[in-house]
Write a protein that binds this ligand. Structure first.
Ligand SMILES: NC(=O)c1ccc[n+]([C@@H]2O[C@H](COP(=O)([O-])OP(=O)(O)OC[C@H]3O[C@@H](n4cnc5c(N)ncnc54)[C@H](O)[C@@H]3O)[C@@H](O)[C@H]2O)c1
Length: 414
């Protein structure tokens, strides 16, 4: 937004993050963001602070607070969002707009709007769910594929609608009520999770019958009513959104007495968890007794082009094999720092060569371009046993086999 000419103040309660931004460093990896940040920083239109009172002159206040899974169950923990919301109300300019971007259970915005209506500041609330994808955040923000605005009345959404028209005149706008806006986001994530888990369910069937899930995905995916996107079979989805969002949706459905309606999502969550245990089982079958065997893990992030390790299938598989006694070494182009902060007892190496050296089993778990394009002829020299588990079904099977590798995967046999 600063790059588009707006004056932007970023407030976070995490002083380390704010300090890093103020030192000129983006504290996480997101392609293209560091370059954009450095350019915009020169303009002085971007201020980072922990002091919320600095928002006193702002016309629009965006709430982008985390809504993680609560420690007690499946529901979303809204405590940080509510704290931030109350602080913003206290410091916001009279007549300004508060825009919720966090993913929240349906009914949240209506509840928060009631709080605002008891205030004398004439604040307005909009709910404007965020659809950016980590790894594509810059382009998704500058060229959003849609704008969804939930408001109590159409006229309450006009200011934000005009703001987005100035940023991205072509993006279709959906102006609607609060529950619809909240539901668009969770329904979109539920649908994406469903597609991935559907193909992983087919992967289980393929394992039991000798079918090949990747050919199956290609063949059903040519039907444009189905589509090939998000039919990548393998070790399943992770990250800070899909898993917690479908669980929060399930918890909210129970509160609304709609548990049966969304029960299918519980199954899809289980299929997704099972993909991880199936991967561990394949590794154990190959290794026999895992004690002391070296397992090279390629990838720690939950997906490529990100250093986000929240609910990462790769890390969970690595941790399980390590707990079972294997000598697990993990490499990743960007996520080793965040992985080591979360799981300091595991072994990390930033060199792919050293990670592979002497490995009894190699597991490709995050499909970074650098791993997809490894030369099987070169790297076969490094490992002790040339067996690779392709957890994302992305390797060219023939090329690896011809080079002398044994391939393992879920949903297909070679
Ligand atoms: N990450 C994504 O790709 C993505 C995409 C779409 C939607 N979302 C949704 O956006 C929301 C944020 O997600 P995230 O991944 O950026 O979370 P995050 O945990 O990475 O970031 C949230 C930030 O809020 C800060 N914070 C907490 N309490 C605060 C307060 N009182 N005042 C100011 N700052 C405070 C935290 O310190 C943290 O830096 C979630 O609801 C998520 O579901 C995320």
């Amino acid at each position: 937004m600063a790059s588009l000419g707006y004056e932007v103040i970023v407030v976070d309660v995490d002083p380390e993050k704010i300090e890093q931004f103020n030192q000129g460093t983006v504290p996480f990896f997101e392609p293209g963001l560091t370059d954009l940040f450095r350019t915009v920083r020169q303009s002085q239109r971007l201020l980072f602070t922990t002091d919320l009172t600095k928002i006193a002159d702002c016309d629009i206040n965006f709430l982008c607070i985390g809504t993680p899974q609560s420690s007690a169950g499946f529901s979303a923990d809204l405590s940080a969002l509510e704290r931030a919301f109350n602080s913003v109300i206290a410091s916001a300019k009279v007549g300004s707009l508060i825009v919720g971007k966090s993913t929240v259970p349906v009914g949240t915005a209506e509840r928060l709007a009631k709080v605002i209506s008891t205030q004398k500041k004439k604040l307005t609330l909009n709910w404007n769910p965020e659809f950016l994808r980590e790894g594509h955040a810059v382009s998704d923000t500058l060229e959003p594929n849609r704008i969804v605005i939930g408001a109590e009345a159409q006229e309450n959404a006009e200011k934000l609608a005009d703001f987005y028209k100035s940023i991205s005149p072509k993006a279709p706008q959906f102006i609607t009520n609060f529950p619809t806006a909240e539901l668009v986001k969770v329904a979109a994530n539920a649908f994406l999770a469903t597609k991935i888990s559907f193909i992983n369910a087919m992967s289980e069937v393929a394992d039991a019958t000798g079918a090949d899930v990747t050919v199956l995905a290609d063949a059903i995916g040519v039907d444009d009513r189905i589509g090939r996107k998000f039919l990548g079979s393998g070790i399943g989805f992770g990250g800070g959104c899909l898993p917690k969002d479908i669980r929060a949706f399930l918890a909210r459905a129970d509160e609304l007495e709609l548990g049966e309606t969304l029960a299918f999502l519980k199954e899809f969550d289980l299929i997704n968890q099972r993909a991880r245990t199936r991967a561990v089982a394949v590794a154990l079958k190959e290794l026999g007794n895992p004690k002391g065997k070296k397992v090279a893990i390629l990838g720690a992030a939950f997906k490529p082009e990100s250093d986000d390790i929240r609910d990462s299938p790769a890390l969970e598989i690595a941790e399980t094999l390590s707990t079972l006694g294997a000598n697990v070494v993990i490499t990743d182009p960007q996520a080793l720092h965040s992985a080591a902060a979360k799981l300091p007892k595991l072994t990390y190496n930033d060199s792919v060569t050293e990670t592979l050296r002497g490995a009894d089993l190699t597991m490709l778990l995050t499909e970074w371009g650098a791993y997809r394009s490894l030369d099987p002829v070169q790297v076969i020299e490094l490992v002790k046993t040339p067996t690779i588990f392709d957890g994302r079904n992305v390797l060219d099977v023939k090329t690896w086999q011809v080079a002398g590798w044994k391939l393992l995967a879920l949903g297909r046999t070679f």
